[in-house]
Design a protein around this ligand. Structure first.
Ligand code: BV8
Length: 237
């Protein structure tokens, strides 16, 4: 059913879109949260309890990100942004920089970015390509030992929610790629888009926890599914 509204596309990506670039997902037998308790490493309480351990966890992931390259799925999404006729927003739950590396610009990181640092003393943010320690100094205010990764931990408010909700309310098409539907509020976006009358499609390796909420689904590896899906979308399917 073609919508009478101008085309407005919202895409949500999760860890699955970066797996084929060598960045592990969270919830499978090799997943990040399978081997460590996310409460110890991805909550403000875990950071307060053992900041050095949390900073090392993110230092390791930042180094791995530096060795990773965007894959065919990232590149296809950048091509879709360039050629799509209508409003386009790519919302990623990922904190890696592979969408930017592929050329995506109409992009928001709702869970923050590994490449960014936040000072708890002055609230300043800055690019942070190197390791962070409990002795790191804020380049804005000079405070020592107050730097943290600029990521959204469990129990913290995701970034860009006003923009995301506004775009979901006017979406004609919502596509989720490589996300398990475990984490809120991202797992809820499909229902927000459907209530707005959008067509909803899930592209994933296997059905997610929210697969019943989508009107259509394609299953397989993102590097195979996404380029072909983008071709079809740009051809008017
Ligand atoms: C919030 C950043 C209020 C850091 C992450 C009790 C107390 C407090 C909160 C809660 C609570 N109970 C529930 C909540 C809400 C909570 C939540 O959802 N908890 C879960 C555990 C139930 N959420 C929050 O706390 C959020 N904040 O609610 O604030 C609020 C809400 C709305 C408005 C205002 C205020 C904050 C959540 C953010 C936490 N931060 N990450 C970091 O990365 O270290 S979450 C983490 O999970 C990552 O961001 C990750 O992206 C995200 C989601 O996971 P996925 O991306 O889906 O990854 P996953 O491994 O699960 O799945 C990968 C999928 O890919 C799989 O389906 C797999 O099949 C597929 N796949 C694999 N390979 C491929 C593939 N697909 C295609 N191709 C392949 N090759």
């Amino acid at each position: 059913m073609k919508s009478s509204r101008p085309p407005s596309l919202v895409i949500l990506t999760g860890a699955g879109v970066s797996v084929e670039s060598g960045i592990p997902q969270f919830r499978n037998r090799h997943g990040l949260w399978t081997h460590v308790d996310y409460r110890a490493l991805a909550t403000p309480e875990g950071f307060a309890h053992n900041p050095a351990r949390v900073l090392d966890f993110y230092n390791e992931r930042r180094r791995a990100m530096g060795r990773a390259h965007p894959n065919a799925a990232h590149h296809a999404l950048a091509r879709l942004e360039a050629d799509f006729k209508g409003d386009f927003l790519l919302v990623t739950q990922n904190i890696d920089d592979l969408h930017e590396a592929a050329g995506s610009r109409k992009l928001v990181h709702m869970h923050g970015e590994l490449a960014s640092a936040l000072c708890e003393a002055c609230g300043g943010r800055c690019r942070w390509p190197r390791d962070m320690t409990v002795n790191s100094v804020c380049p804005a205010c000079g405070a020592t030992g107050r730097m943290r990764p600029d990521v959204v931990w469990f129990g913290e408010v995701p970034y860009h929610m006003d923009l995301i909700q506004a775009r979901l309310a006017s979406a004609t098409l919502f596509v989720a790629i490589g996300t398990s539907g475990n984490v809120y509020p991202a797992a809820q976006f499909v229902n927000d888009a459907r209530r707005a009358g959008a067509r909803t499609i899930e592209l994933n390796l296997e059905p997610s926890l929210s697969s019943d909420d989508f009107s259509e689904a394609l299953y397989g590896p993102a590097t195979e599914l996404v380029p072909a899906f983008v071709d079809r979308l740009l051809a008017g399917d």
